[in-house]
Write a protein that binds this ligand. Structure first.
Ligand code: BTN
Length: 251
């Protein structure tokens, strides 16, 4: 079966569409792109504003040839692929914020939402949906006030209107390549390249755990299993698997 790209004028969430297609058995690499999402979602239950004509909203069906214990590595591998794709298309440099946000000049330009099928199914049927949301041609005053000073776009950074179709194609190539590399070579090379783009390493950060507890500490960077190491004031090293991370105000 060959991978196709499905272009939609509008949908609730490309991740939801890709998830249903994956359940129906579409091929690895199948992509869904929408001009507008009415219910775009981000990590940790947040929403992802998806206005028409500004951003790129796409999702990929991935059928990983990996042990399920390695699935957390897909997130960072995809983040590296997206950052490299953006560098290729814009000739600008981007940084990565664990686990998978794309930043430029301290502002968020894009994010990735990875959702997997229940791991209780037979392993041959497991799939993962990798959703990419990217601010492409947004102007500064397009962003809602509450995120205006935290967000940026390729247009704001590079001063050029970008062809979203070209950006999509390059992202698809890089993302599938990095995942193939993860399957073939393992995570070490990806982690090395990812770490060169790590915007948090050596900085003070706040980590809000899933239980709402706030931990302040120094980022030591992610380890070979994708966990972020954070050293708190008493010297305890926390291995963070998920949660909301932000730079401390004093950092
Ligand atoms: C984040 O930064 O929290 C991740 C944002 C991911 C947004 C993308 S847009 C395409 C895909 N469809 C969704 O509903 N979410 C992802």
């Amino acid at each position: 079966m060959t991978a196709k790209t499905i272009h939609l004028k509008e949908t609730d969430s490309t991740n939801s569409v890709a998830y249903s297609l994956a359940e129906d058995g579409v091929a690895h690499g199948t992509a869904v792109v929408a001009e507008y999402q009415s219910l775009g979602r981000g990590r940790l239950g947040k929403s992802w504003q998806s206005p028409a004509n500004q951003g790129l909203y796409c999702s990929f069906v991935i059928r990983p040839n990996l042990a399920t214990s390695d699935y957390p590595l897909i997130t960072m591998s995809a983040g590296l692929g997206v950052a490299l794709a953006l560098e290729e298309t814009s000739a600008l440099e981007f940084s990565l914020k664990w686990p998978n946000d794309i930043y430029r000049n301290g502002r968020k330009c894009g994010g990735i939402l990875v959702e997997s099928s229940p791991l209780t199914n037979h392993h041959k049927e497991h799939f993962v949906v990798v959703g990419v949301g990217l601010n492409v041609n947004n102007r500064a005053n397009d962003f809602p006030q509450e995120i205006g000073d935290k967000a940026t776009s390729l247009y704001i950074e590079g001063g050029k209107v970008m062809d979203k179709q070209v950006v999509f194609e390059v992202i698809r190539g890089q993302l599938l390549y990095q995942l193939q590399r993860l399957e073939g070579e393992g995570f070490a090379g990806i982690l090395k390249q990812w770490s060169e783009k790590d915007m948090l390493v050596g900085k003070q950060l706040s980590w809000v755990t899933r239980l709402g507890e706030v931990v302040e500490g120094l980022s030591l960077g992610p380890d070979s299993s994708g966990r972020l190491h954070v050293k708190d004031k008493s010297g305890v090293i926390h291995e963070v698997l998920s949660g909301d991370i932000s730079l401390s105000k004093t950092a």
